[in-house]
Design a protein around this ligand. Sequence first.
Ligand SMILES: [Zn+2]
Length: 425
Amino acid sequence: MDDRLKSEIEHRRDALIALTQALIAIPTLNPPGRNYLEICEYLADHLGARGFTTELIRAKGTPGDSERYPRWNMIARIEGTRPGECVHFNAHHDVVELGHGWTRDPFGGEIEGDRIYGRGACDMKGGLAASVIAAEAFLAICPDFAGSIEISATADEETGGYGGVAYLAEQGRFDPDRVQHVIIPEPLHKDQICLGHRGVWWAEIETHGRIAHGSMPFLGDSAIRHMGAVLAEMEETLFPLLLNKRTEMPVIPEGARASTLNINSIHGGEPEQEEGFTGLPAPCVADRCRIVIDRRFLIEEDIGAVKSEISALMERVKERRPSFTYEIRDLFEVQPSMTDREAPIVRSTAAAIEAVLGREASYVVSPGTYDQKHIDRIGRLKNCIAYGPGLLELAHQPDEWVGIADMLDSAKVMALVLVELLDPA
Ligand SMILES: [Zn+2]
């Protein structure tokens, strides 16, 4: 059966290419969230014609949702001939802005050699198309199977997933009594299984001083100098500490196997004037200075401890600077997620990778987050991985592409996972 399935997928090479091109041709740019309905309708038509029951679901009232840019999602489901478990393939249909430097038509789906070019080719319309073809081939070869297959195309992963997977999870669409296995075909390479991601804490730190004339700074109190002391303290104590926190999570790249902190922005004093303003700045002591920090933490760390690390640091600075006050505001947080290597979806994908590629699967964890966070936290479904064709390094780049051979191989892997989990007769 495995060999028949693999050759069935080879036979669908042209269909796979055509589907990938058709998806690339719908410019689902996010922000602001363009053409979500068009891509959902296209997929619903495609899968409806192949026996799936399809639903279009708008995530009304979620961030970014409006009459102009509604947040549409598509879920398709097909039942087997016997009761069993549900395997769900979830792909986000949104793509990021183009940026500069393209030498190809970003929505043209141009083919050269083994590559299909376009925005979203690897992240992740190629993975979406591969999962559709995997399911089609499985249904053709194994019509008598237990359980069900679901395929979803969801909004807004690139901007947090609130109008996509988070919304569907809140509606119970990822409850473990409804869905038992999830594969997210993000571009993580055809021989790697991504078990999860690190945690995130974004916060804004503001130092407070007192405004005065810049010629008499002793009459004021500079919030920028206080922030300078905060940054110096981070350099001296925090960054070395984070570098020494190492995780057992197999995060790639290697540098992300430690805790990290980025300072996303710094603003202090008089606001910047519009471009073209030719006047001089006014002499003032800055009474406010703000930074936004992006702390990525490990599964071994507790988010409470991550936060108190920062408040302890602020207190140390305050001890040396009596006039100094500050505020810390939480902006965003995500808990780390890591599926167990012994989980059924991991084991069956690993076996399928070995059967298709003739080598052992490797296990990775993503340095940043993706929609698994919502499936894990809101859906309470732990049996979830990211696995799909394409190279993560190409995501969000100009001249993004996906390899046709890679898509075929990962479609074979996904189809064999269905064989393993849905007990075809
Ligand atoms: Zn993606």
